[in-house]
Design a protein around this ligand. Sequence first.
Ligand code: DGJ
Length: 742
Amino acid sequence: MEHKKFQMDYITLHTKHTTYQMGITESGFLLHLYYGPKAQGELGSLLTFADRGYSGNPYELRDDRTFSLDALPQEYPNYGNGDFRSPAFRLRDDSGVFGTDLRYESHRMIPGKYRIPGMPAAYAEEESGSCLKETRNSKYTAAYTLEVTLTDARTDIEVRLLYGVFPELDVITRCAVVKNAGNSTVFVNKAYSMCLDFLTGTYDLIHFHGRHAMERNFERIPVISGTQSFGSIRGASSHQHNPFFILADREATEDFGDCYGVSLLYSGNFKFEAERDQYCQTRVQIGISDEMFDYRLEPGEEFHTPEAALAYTPKGLSALSHIYHRLIRNHICRGFWKNRRRPILINNWEATYFNFTGKQILSIAREAANLGIEMFVLDDGWFGKRDDDSSGLGDWHVNEKKLGRSLAELSEEIHGMDMLFGLWIEPEMVNEDSELYKKHPDWAFVIPNKKPVMGRNQLVLDFSRKEVADFIFQEIAKVLDSIRVEYLKMDMNRSICDVYSALSGYQNYGKIMHNYVLGVYDFLERLHARYPRILIEGCCGGGGRFDAGMLYYTPQIWCSDDTDAIERIKIQHGTSFGYPISAVGSHVSAVPNEQTGRTVDIGTRAVCAMAGSFGYELDIGKLQAEEKAFVKEQILDYKKYWNLIHNGLYYRLHNPAKDREAAAWLFVSEDKSEALLNMISLDTHANAPAVYIRLKGLDAEKNYLIGDSGNVLNGNVLMHTGIAVPFHSGEYRAWQYHLRAL
Ligand code: DGJ
């Protein structure tokens, strides 16, 4: 094939170890040239040109049949310019015609990192406000923005592509802003946050699928010819699929090989697409799902896509995870608690469900306080007529009869035990059997003349309407203002359908689901601003809305309703690829486990729960004296190691799909002076070979003292041969060894 030298202008972004380059052709097409290890120079010569049958040519280049956008890599492909692969952008005009031809107009570099109005976005430096100044400064602060403007001559649409470059983090964020600069209404029918076109290479797609109580299972599959897609139309990012994916070289491992990550900062409907085209080129893209999306834009109006955070490393999957852990911990999570040790909590849900009295609550709290637990969280059932899930949601008045006292008194009694106090809320929902629904039936998503689909006996409030979210905010604020409270668990317990907003004209139906998400973000932003010292934990029937967008408002998220320690190994393993350990809400619960019926000892339950933001969720008074003694020790251990756990480098030392005998993971301090090894035995066999766990990330030159055993092993030996799982210990036993460099 003949290589043509093509006249182009270039836009290049560099991070410390990566380079990203696009080229602007003479006709104004914005091509994607390169994303990979640091590179110098202009890379237009990477492109190949040939006369491709059935791949059309732009009108002005019709005499050069070697130029086709159907074959060239594009930066933000739009439907209508002759690229027949899946587009990132599709527009419909007011006469129903699809088709744009976006061309380069201008670009500029802007110091600092762009923000997105009303939506989460990674930041370089946190805005100082109230207590936010107190957070520890990250060393990765500098960032800059690239803005590239494209325009479509027919519709006068302007698309601004924004890139946030974090050089020290090796992260580039992207989003797009669509402006209707014309005189008539248009509909944004598809507008993804990012697209990456690869000229060559064979890749594996790694994604995280699951279900309620078994979220974020790791799956690695080859990218095949045609299109592969996953996403959510459930109104939340979902238990079933996660808006984070990795594109890895087929040979890439945990420790080596090209890995690209993309994390979408969005908590609603989304779609991912991978496409291997007729010339074996790969396109990956992610953004708001185009299903039931059709965003009406009046002249002068703008639409912002959510942000996607991109990272590349040639050093394998662990290194990629470390990039995302740092990014999310320091540049997405915000507020008072972002770098602080979170209080060790006890939650009453699995202890009592809806069935409790104030007296029982105080008794659990007292037992917990005696063992050193630092915060009591009162879960669902404290408000309205709520003794099961059939009623009460929407009525945010304290049920003093059930509590036998006011909530303020309960909170004071708990504070009197030297504990903090936390509360559960589910603001987005309403039961038909509630005062709120009787007064405002049109505030719920229900389609006229159609019986709504029910989920957990509840309906979804229309948070795309400001007055609805405002009312709920005021009601919940009244409660929060009347008590001492340090924590909120913000839950969301059903998927959304029957999307009908009583006040929207039919031309606005394609906006409602996105506006709903904006309503939720606004609600969270207001909570964050009004109660800056309250720690908010996200939740959605466990981990059904576990995404980087949510982590902007809630620095931790209840990872799963499955509290079985052995099941959690798999869930937390998958979660760790894209999310930091500090983000993972994880609790020790009772045995036999409520979800699986499995019994494992309290040590194993604690080792699993400590790989997260740690707590308990059981009637702690029912534990044996010996178990209570363990709990006291676990609390001291967690306090001792939390910094290593939350801020250390996390290494996955097993693969749940392959390693049947043991699970293991490791935290190593950035300076390699200490580490915390966690091992759990799984299947046990008679007369079996020893199972060695090989460590990672240690200082090869140093010797490490292993726990209080007195054993000393060299870093190289620990990484080459490892530590054996003790023999004959039975299944589901746990060991936690602290290693100190000598
Ligand atoms: C679902 C959550 O995941 C649980 O932890 C609990 O808070 C219930 N909702 C309460 O209804």
